[in-house]
Design a protein around this ligand. Sequence first.
Ligand code: MG
Ligand code: MG
Ligand code: MG
Length: 301
Amino acid sequence: MIYVIGHKSPDSDSVCSAIAVTELKRQLGIKCEARVAGDINAESKFILEKFGMEVPEVLDNAEDEDIILVDHSDLSQGVDGLEEARVVGIVDHHKLGDVETSVPVEVLIRPLGCTCTIIKGLFDYYRKEISKDIAGIMLCAILSDSVIFKSPTCTDEDRDAVADLAKIAGVGDVEGLGMEMFRVKSDVEGTSAKDLVMGDYKDFNMGGKKVGVGQLELVDLKMLDGREDELLEEMERLKDDGRDAVFLMLTDIMREGTMLLCVSRDAGLREEVFGENEDGWYDGMMSRKKQVVPKLEEFFG
Ligand code: MG
Ligand code: MG
Ligand code: MG
């Protein structure tokens, strides 16, 4: 059995890509099962419910398993035991990570806005049909990763994939669906500070330093009013657990910018890496992958 799995703190792309690749492989006569590397978030639940799909089971440890990775190829972000797994495939849209393989491997990494856009291309390449429900969840993953086309990571290919998938899924108002999703994601009332920080969180190994970057994408940052201290405390805890720095992007998808929280050994780190700034607000900052991680890697690497 091959397990198809995305990164820890699974986002909708990691969940929906695992399901979509599993379906494509099934049509190609290869037995796979979709798994997740942790509990899924409210947005992913909303998506799977909307299109009547089941939540994949959690895989706790990948040791000795055959694995296809989606939406990541960094050991620091993957399921536990990945070092001891047999990685047989990777479909991803991030920089190539540090996973090592022991068998010939099928890899497709492309600089697009979402793994599901790449998978849409794979279905087309193999001339396989995408069902209505699979099209629906893939469409939602692209809307999520591209922040309804606003992220600088979004490409024409992502837009085209959304148009095709919306037709198959019978979704008329794509942007309306995107806003509905982000409103679900923004409902942070009653969510603990820990869950807010860890909900979409990634660790990176940068030149031997461990750096964490989380992101919250909200339709209005007012929803976090009065909670900054709690969030910083949680980040402090992560830092004390062997990290050099921890960042949290509080991204306002309507104002199209980010309030960047930072906890590190070096007090002026945020300003040093991202520029002088009094209140921590960075206009136009939307993407961890394109606007935050490269600058940190340049600094630490
Ligand atoms: Mg992801
Ligand atoms: Mg992704
Ligand atoms: Mg994201």
